[in-house]
Design a protein around this ligand. Structure first.
Ligand SMILES: [Zn+2]
Length: 118
């Protein structure tokens, strides 16, 4: 682990900046202790690798967000919170709302990093 990555992980006490999961604690998906450094804005050209654009992330959040905007992960976690993620994808949820199917609103998911300033 580089010194630079070390500093990024320490920003949130070795917790995922998105979900708050401790990065050394095994989780049910079996991807224990897998740390990632996520690019918050994936296609940012000005300072893509600047510390402000880097977030310590667990493997789970990183694989869900992938190269998508941050709002995708927030809405996906909301879909999970509503118990709908096993039934529909986010795209399907949006499509159902667009054609007028009454769907429960997605609860707001607050990221771990929003709870405290780095
Ligand atoms: Zn996470």
């Amino acid at each position: 682990m580089t010194e630079r990555h070390r500093a990024i992980y320490e920003r949130y006490d070795d917790r995922c900046g998105y979900c708050g999961h401790h990065l050394d604690t095994p989780r049910a998906d079996g991807k224990s202790g897998r740390r990632c450094v996520d690019h918050i804005v994936p296609d940012r050209t000005d300072g893509r690798n600047s510390p402000k654009n880097l977030m310590p992330s667990c493997w789970n959040c990183n694989s869900i967000k992938h190269a998508r905007p941050l709002d995708f992960l927030r809405r996906y976690r909301g879909l999970q919170k509503a118990g709908l993620a096993e039934i529909v994808s986010l795209a399907q949820y949006d499509e159902l709302v667009n054609v007028g199917v009454p769907m429960p609103p997605l609860p707001i998911y607050e990221f771990h990093f929003e709870g405290r300033a780095p």
